[in-house]
Ligand binder design. Structure first.
Ligand SMILES: *Cc1c(COP(=O)(O)O)cnc(C)c1O
Length: 429
């Protein structure tokens, strides 16, 4: 049955036929794609007994740096550690402030506390779900040291105005690329636009190596500070800056950030195939969203065509929900109806960090006050109502199927499920 016929049939939640009647092949959504090449790479590390070595890791790093287009790449046990290394790398310390979006995973911000620094959250833009460049500058104080940008769900942040603000105020920019490996901003791969980038490669991410992270930079000081902080085993080989060389042998952070080499081995194989797999995901998700162009109440979360910007591996793809175009239909009801069609959706985004008690009440290190404020001369907490777009976006975004293969016969029925519910929203109110 063709697309236009399907979307006008009675809604499944009201007793009509489902839009999705096909059974998708197992590999349509499965991720990561693991082949014998990954398996053999891991087995070789196991047989060599070199899980804690760094030889394979150094190969992974040089290949990653070449792919990312930065001079240095430093591998980590996970993305959280890589982001902490980047924060220390740019010099965040006692009393310093990081400006970050509230709408992100906690590891874009929470490690500031362990450095004696704190975080000031900025709001996001409703269409990109990324940090709003116009909500940054008025938050800068003499304590601000860096801006964290998160290319959310693969969407590239608007880096030109952000880099301009950073240059004018002498701030460092850290890119959290955990959702956006290979994403392009106006033709340039994200992760080399700011002073340093860090990214997760845990199994769910679009470039996946089990549990792993990477830090990328062109700045030798940032690179060596990150090594000094958490990679004591490499101090001898890698440190050249005299103040850091003088401290070599023990990690300044009291942490151990080394990656296990089975992950490096898998990461090397995954990287080799990533561009090709990413291109297929982009073709599939663009096909899905092209089918939904012009549907009331829902919008693609993707940059305009022809802008040179892309969605990378389209991690955790979401759509934007505009209930005002659907007579105010609550998102919960929309999601229920799409799932009744067989459509695979759920709420799509993180809860905003600025409302969580860890950022507001927790006295983590026994200072007798919220850790957020310990080294600050003012109350940094941001109450409900202070970041309206971040607070509302949970009701204005929904997940869509993360297709790994561009197979029209399966993509069309899923797109039909969303369009069918949106076109017939009046029957659900
Ligand atoms: C996954 C993620 C991280 C943390 O990475 P881990 O490898 O899980 O430690 C950091 N930032 C964002 C935005 C993430 O989604």
């Amino acid at each position: 049955m063709d697309f236009d016929t399907v979307v006008h049939q009675p809604l499944a939640i009201l007793g009509g036929p489902k839009a999705v009647t096909v059974t998708p092949p197992d590999d349509l959504f499965h991720w990561p794609i693991v082949t014998e090449e990954d398996e053999w790479a891991v087995i070789e590390v196991l047989r060599a007994g070199s899980m804690s070595g760094t030889d394979i890791t150094k190969q992974f790093e040089s290949e990653y740096a070449a792919w990312q287009g930065t001079e240095f790449a430093l591998a980590y046990c996970n993305g959280t550690a890589a982001l902490q290394g980047a924060m220390f790398g740019v010099g965040l310390g006692r009393g310093d402030e990081l400006i970050a979006p509230s709408l992100t995973y906690w590891a874009s911000a929470l490690q500031t506390f362990s450095l004696g620094a704190s975080v000031v959250f900025a709001d996001i833009l409703p269409d990109t779900i990324c940090i709003d460049p116009c909500d940054i500058e008025h938050r800068i104080t003499r304590h601000t040291k860096a801006i964290m940008v998160v290319h959310y769900c693969g969407y590239p942040c608007d880096m030109d105005p952000i880099m301009d603000i950073a240059h004018r105020h002498n701030l460092r920019v850290i890119e959290d690329v955990s959702h956006a490996h290979g994403t392009r901003y106006k033709g340039c791969q994200v992760g080399k636009i700011g002073d340093v980038s860090a990214m997760s490669m845990m199994s769910g991410k679009s470039l996946a190596a089990g549990e792993a992270g990477m830090l990328c930079t062109n700045d030798r000081l940032i690179y060596e500070r990150a090594i000094a902080f958490g990679h004591y085993e490499r101090h001898g080989d890698s440190l050249t800056i005299p103040e850091l060389v003088a401290l070599r042998g023990l990690p300044l952070g009291g942490v151990k950030h080394r990656i296990v080499q089975t992950a490096s081995a898998m990461g090397r194989v995954q990287l080799r195939y990533y561009d090709e797999r990413m291109a297929e995901i982009q073709a599939a998700l663009n096909r899905f969203w092209d089918l939904l162009e012009g549907t009331p109440g829902i919008r693609a979360h993707r940059p305009p065509k022809g802008s040179g910007s892309t969605m990378g591996g389209w991690y955790n793809p979401v759509g934007r929900y505009l209930p005002e175009e659907l007579g105010g239909l609550p998102i919960g009801r929309f999601i229920e109806a799409v799932n009744a069609e067989g459509g695979r959706t759920a709420r799509g985004v993180n809860a905003p960090l600025h409302l969580h008690p860890v950022f507001n009440e927790a006295d983590i290190y026994n200072d007798g006050m919220p850790t957020r404020n310990v080294f600050s001369d003012r109350d940094l907490r941001q109450p409900r109502g202070s970041l309206p777009v971040s607070e509302a976006v949970g009701d204005r975004a929904f997940g869509v199927p993360w297709f790994k293969h561009d197979e029209p016969e399966y993509i069309e029925p899923y797109a039909a499920a969303f369009r069918k519910v949106a076109l017939q929203a009046d029957k659900l109110r």
